[in-house]
Ligand binder design. Structure first.
Ligand SMILES: [Zn+2]
Ligand SMILES: [Zn+2]
Ligand SMILES: [Zn+2]
Length: 254
């Protein structure tokens, strides 16, 4: 299994529009962060987790020409606004795109892209073909076993996903008691770490480090980071086995 980080930034992206801070003006490529998404490849499945507003740029950069399904963590703009670019994958894959999410996320997609689901909208090249599938427990895409991990994003319940010994937990501020058992025996954990200061709907860096230590995966990468976190300086201070992810980072897992 190969995991590629397509974007590791928060909803604004880094650099942020109109900001001249040290991170936003950094020449370190790891300080340029597109909106959060990963691409998961196995011998029989190619899957996106989330489809944010940078999907087109991400697909071009990584020459992604195959997507068998999209898994959605939740319906916030930075995770679903790439839906219009699914049209290219409809053409490349000759069919509607299976889109997996919980009930609230699928409702968000139906509302934000209401024209797609309105029978009165003229058909043609302007509409992505979306096959919305509500998640109810674990499921399989090709040879990829998907385990949904319920998370709290502030007061909003959302989903993380586990594939084998890898887990991707973006946009969370708390792991519900019932989800800890789903996170045992990981090799690699990816966890939300928005910024230094506390935030009502995201783990701060300190909270993320504490949570990652409790989960105890040998390797942890942080994501969904804002411009508070200058890559080199922040990374150097992290405990052993923990690191900031960056756009383009790729991991090979057995
Ligand atoms: Zn900045
Ligand atoms: Zn969110
Ligand atoms: Zn987000």
């Amino acid at each position: 299994m190969r995991i590629t980080f397509l974007g590791t930034g928060t909803s604004h992206g880094v650099p942020m529009i109109g900001c001249g801070c040290g991170t936003c003006t950094s020449s370190d490529p790891r300080d340029t962060r597109l909106r959060p998404s990963i691409y998961v490849e196995t011998p029989a499945a190619c899957v996106l987790v989330d489809a944010g507003p940078d999907l087109r740029a991400q697909a071009l950069r990584h020459r992604i020409a195959r997507v068998d399904a999209i898994l959605f963590t939740h319906g916030h703009a930075d995770h679903i606004l790439g839906m219009d670019d699914v049209r290219r994958f409809n053409a490349l894959m000759s069919g509607a795109m299976p889109c997996y999410g919980d009930a609230a996320t699928l409702d968000d997609i139906r509302r934000m892209f209401s024209y797609v689901f309105d029978p009165a909208t003229p058909k043609g090249g302007g509409l992505p073909q979306l096959d919305l599938r509500q998640i109810a427990g674990g499921f399989t895409i090709g040879d990829l076993d998907v385990v949904p991990i319920p998370l709290d994003h502030g007061k909003r319940p959302i989903l993380g996903f586990r594939f084998g010994a890898f887990a991707y937990l973006t946009d969370c501020s708390r792991i519900p008691d019932s989800s800890w058992g789903l996170l045992e025996g990981l090799d690699v954990l990816v966890l939300d770490a928005l910024r230094i200061r506390p935030h009502p709907t995201h783990f701060s860096l300190d909270e993320a480090v504490e949570t990652a230590a409790r989960i105890g995966a040998p390797r942890t990468f942080f994501t969904h980071m804002c411009h508070d976190l200058l890559h080199a300086a922040t990374d150097a201070r992290l405990p052993p086995g923990m690191a900031l992810a960056y756009d383009g980072l790729a991991l090979e897992l057995p």
